[in-house]
Design a protein around this ligand. Structure first.
Ligand code: DGT
Ligand code: CA
Ligand code: ZN
Length: 647
């Protein structure tokens, strides 16, 4: 998190200039913060802050300014600062007292800067008055109520700090899949551009599309001659906040948001989600966040073995290794080695006897197996299926023809009906479902019945027009109905019967979290009984890194859906594709599949851009073993219309 990049940058080897303007501006900002943490005189602090701001907005070349001496003529750059900067730019040396400032500041104080809304001034105060020198200590004194009585702090500030600590700890541990993939693909792309790199591939949990990522694992294939060059080039890539270790074949790094050329942005967030995930502090945390990356450099002939090993999961690897042992083979990150030939040799030494595998398919084939898609490598049945050539033909993004749960300006969406329909058509979809929020959900501007019905009329007109013009596109009209007390829907039956479908969702999460699993499940079963209910939306209510869902037995919900389907009804379970939710979980997808209950992948889009979240739904569906026939999103508009008419 913030704080990792808090150190003086190393001079680039081929200066002058030894530092870029951005680096110098960053250092001045750090010095100002460190001085503040030490309680230095405000004028001194301000001079560094001003210097940093000045450099940040400079239009002239800094090196040029130093060489010509014009730097000293600039307003706001005093003699002392001017000489320090000249020395840095021309000789690659930062002043000794800046080094000292870094060394003398307790690391814990710098770490505390990562807590949203907490600045150096307050940290300094708490340090002097309460001896707070780490996040752990801050938590302790805040919980004891010692912060609130301090002048200028108060109860609210104290609580905000506790919330901030909690939020920070969640973001430190893991990052969401979408964020992990953003960093992972940006980093992979940069490595790919380095001359001498033969192969590069993201491995680990990101490749397996887990819902959250601990750290990124990247495998690079490079010849021994190019090894050193490539390793050095990787270390020089932008976006690296810190190097934790650089050995012969492994580099451990911390990546930060400066890896993204166009900056880091999150896009529109649904109010419910934002609230659960930390409100306005969330965006600050997410963009100040970092992610660890482990890079392995291996010779090209070893690449597939290393890739397979670091793709994991650990459980899948163990099962694979056992299968190899049964065939007299030793499987590891270096190769697939006949025990007989390897004898006493260990590790990389033994790899000279490895069977050849230029692709992962080759490795699996050596073990008499079908190639297992990375998403399935969780030791959840893929070993058996793979050895019986019975793995599913996993769903792919281009097979998606539409999605049912999306919002417009009629409730809390950003885009109009027309804009959403256009966006769906540009994605190549044949249909789109609109399910705006129902009246009870005030936070999401839930629409009253008359506005909902009016929306239905507009949809009918568009559908008619498309049909007349021979355009293969249609809109379905639904609602995302809140589930009210007693398992009731949020509109009277005569309104509901005008709709093509209903997504029934829980939003009163606090209340639902206060009840037990059985009560919650019973209520969902009740909603499901209503003939208008088609889909249960985000069935567990979890927000990844935000909050746990309410307790609910989704297995029973799926069982009940299966029964309704046998009675000739049409019901589906939602896989909410928002990367904040991924709800239901991939583990439950497989259960829906074997129960014959269709999965509705829902981007839950609140803007045209939001439709693209379908990709995370497809990833999760694949991880849950789903093929084209298991999801309703691959149906043609005509057959979906037929099914919905069964309701
Ligand atoms: P993460 O980073 O927590 O999201 O999850 P992974 O799966 O990326 O795990 P990570 O980064 O600790 O290690 C990457 C892969 O390396 C892991 O999926 C399997 C492999 N691996 C790591 N440690 C072991 C181990 O002790 N035994 C085996 N068989 N494989 C391991
Ligand atoms: Ca990992
Ligand atoms: Zn919802």
């Amino acid at each position: 998190m913030a704080g990792n990049g808090f150190k003086l940058p190393k001079a680039r080897p081929n200066g002058p200039p030894f530092f870029s303007r951005n680096q110098v501006a960053g250092v001045l900002h750090q010095v100002a913060v460190l001085l503040e943490l030490q309680g230095a005189n405000v004028f001194r602090v301000r001079s560094y802050q001003n210097g940093s701001r000045l450099l940040g907005t400079l239009t002239e070349d800094l090196h040029e300014l130093v060489v010509t001496g014009r730097l000293f003529e600039m307003k706001g750059i005093g003699k002392g600062l001017g000489s320090a900067l000249s020395q840095a730019i021309l000789e690659g040396e930062w002043p000794d007292d800046w080094h000292r400032l870094h060394n003398d500041t307790p690391h814990g104080l710098i770490e505390m800067l990562g807590i949203p809304g907490l600045g150096p001034k307050r940290i300094k105060l708490m340090h002097t008055e309460l001896g707070v020198d780490s996040i752990a200590k801050l938590k302790e004194v805040a919980e004891e109520g010692l912060i609130a009585p301090m002048k200028g702090f108060g109860k609210k500030t104290e609580q905000r700090m506790l919330d901030g600590i909690e939020l920070l700890s969640r973001f430190r541990a893991r990052r969401r899949l979408d964020i992990g993939l953003k960093y992972g693909s940006a980093f992979e792309q940069r490595i790919r551009e380095i001359p001498g790199v033969e192969r590069v591939q993201l491995a680990g949990s990101a490749r397996r599309r887990k819902e959250t990522i601990g750290d990124l694992d990247i495998v690079v294939g490079v010849t021994p001659e190019q090894h050193e060059n490539v390793a050095n080039s990787i270390l020089a890539l932008r976006g690296i906040a810190d190097v934790k270790g650089a050995g012969d074949s492994k580099i451990s790094l911390i990546l930060e948001a400066s890896i993204f050329e166009d900056g880091f942005s999150l896009g529109h967030l649904d109010a419910n989600v934002l609230q659960a995930i930390g409100g306005d502090d969330y965006e600050q945390l997410e963009s100040a966040g970092t992610i660890d990356a482990q890079v392995r450099l291996v010779p090209p002939e070893m690449f597939s073995f290393t890739l397979a090993y670091f793709t994991g999961s650990k459980e899948h690897n163990i099962a694979m290794r056992q299968r190899a042992i049964d065939r007299g083979l030793r499987l590891n990150e270096f190769g697939l080695i006949p025990e007989q030939k390897a004898g006493e040799l260990k590790g990389i030494e033994a790899a000279q006897f490895s069977l050849h595998a230029m692709t992962e398919e080759d490795i699996y084939a050596h073990l008499d197996m079908q190639w297992v898609a990375p998403e399935l490598r969780e030791d959840m049945g893929e070993m058996d299926a793979g050895s019986q050539q019975a793995l599913p033909q996993l769903l792919e993004l281009p097979s998606i023809k539409g999605a049912l749960h999306n919002h417009t300006v009629v409730s809390d969406g950003e885009a109009t009906l027309e804009q959403m329909a256009d966006a769906a058509q540009s994605l190549g979809w044949n249909w789109l479902g609109i399910a705006d929020h129902s009246p009870t959900l005030k936070i999401a501007n839930g629409a009253p019945a008359d506005r909902l019905l009016e929306q239905g009329q507009t949809i009918k007109q568009y559908n008619q027009k498309w049909a007349e013009d021979g355009v293969d596109f249609r809109l379905f009209h639904g609602v995302e109905s809140d589930i009210l007390s007693g398992g009731k829907l949020d509109h009277p039956d005569e309104v509901l019967k005008e709709l093509d479908y209903v997504v029934a969702s829980v939003h009163a999460v606090t209340k639902w979290r206060g009840r037990d699993e059985n009560e919650n499940t019973e209520e969902l079963l009740k909603v499901l009984e209503h003939p208008a209910t088609t889909i249960i939306g985000h069935p567990t209510g979890r927000i990844l890194q935000g909050r746990e869902g309410y307790e609910v037995d989704v297995y029973r919900i799926i069982d009940a859906m299966a029964e309704h389907i046998q009675d000739g009804k049409f019901k589906a379970i939602e896989l909410n594709a928002s990367p904040y939710r991924l709800d239901i979980d991939y583990r439950l997808c497989k259960y829906a599949k074997i129960s014959g209950v269709p999965v509705a992948i829902s981007p839950d889009a609140h803007s045209t851009r939001g439709l693209a979240d379908i990709q995370y739904g497809v990833m999760t569906a694949r991880k849950g073993w789903l093929d084209e026939t298991d999801v309703l999103n691959t149906m043609s508009g005509a057959s979906l219309a037929q099914q919905l008419a069964l309701q």
